[in-house]
Design a protein around this ligand. Structure first.
Ligand code: ATP
Ligand code: MG
Length: 205
């Protein structure tokens, strides 16, 4: 009785590679929403991206593990990595809901850019029933997502929350490009991730 339900953050992404923007956003949302933990879930094969250009799931998983390891609130889930076929968020969230205690509250963390694509996601209505969304501000991306949220309907208005977080103008695309051009990625990614990228020869071409 009186036990507070657990609050679990879900941070989905391609994480190719994971970078300081992801980490700062997730830690900011964790603190603001008093989350008990944040699960980082690297995609297996993403339905939204051309797969041939994406690094192997195992490399992305290892980098995500390395980047989050020192944070006691951050965990990495292999749930999408191990699932054959494309990863759909609805399958992941359904599996998590089944795995955790009834009453657990789930918060799906996204940048504002991802909110603009929500209407293309599978079973978005059920997804909004199963979890809240926290749309964290992301620099350079469209800032006015209110219209898009309203277009998704009243459930979206209720379940998608906006949060202004400290902003880092970093993207994985930009990091891959920097490596390809031989530029430094120091301070864009955690040091151990930087070493992993160079050691494994990722993003050279
Ligand atoms: P890519 O350039 O390959 O698309 P990305 O940097 O956008 O990579 P993703 O793995 O696609 O990273 O993003 C995972 C989640 O993290 C998305 O919800 C995205 O909006 C969010 N995100 C990515 N970069 C940032 C950032 N700099 N600040 C806040 N949120 C971010
Ligand atoms: Mg992206």
């Amino acid at each position: 009785m009186g036990n507070k339900p657990q609050r679990i953050g879900i941070m989905g992404g391609t994480f190719d590679p994971i970078h300081m923007g992801h980490l700062l956003m997730a830690e900011s949302v964790r603190m603001d929403y008093d989350l008990d933990k944040v699960l980082f879930i690297p995609t297996g094969t993403s339905p939204h991206k051309d797969d041939s250009s994406i690094s192997p799931a195992i490399d992305r998983y290892i980098m995500t593990m390395m980047a989050t390891y020192s944070n006691p609130y951050f965990f990495v889930s292999p749930i999408e990595r191990d699932r054959p076929g494309p990863s759909y968020t609805i399958d992941t969230v359904r599996a998590l809901v089944a795995e955790y205690e009834p009453g657990t509250e789930f918060y799906f963390l996204t940048g504002t850019d991802a909110v603009l694509e929500l209407h293309t996601w599978n079973n978005i209505n059920e997804l909004l029933d199963l979890c809240h969304f926290v749309a964290a501000s992301r620099p350079g991306k469209v800032r006015t997502i209110e219209q898009e949220i309203e277009r998704l309907g009243p459930k979206a208005v209720e379940r998608i929350h906006r949060l202004t977080t400290p902003e880092l103008e970093i993207s994985s695309t930009d990091i891959r490009e920097r490596v390809r051009l031989g530029k430094s990625i120091r301070y864009f990614v955690p040091e151990n991730v930087e070493h992993y990228i160079h050691k494994e020869g990722l993003y050279r071409k």
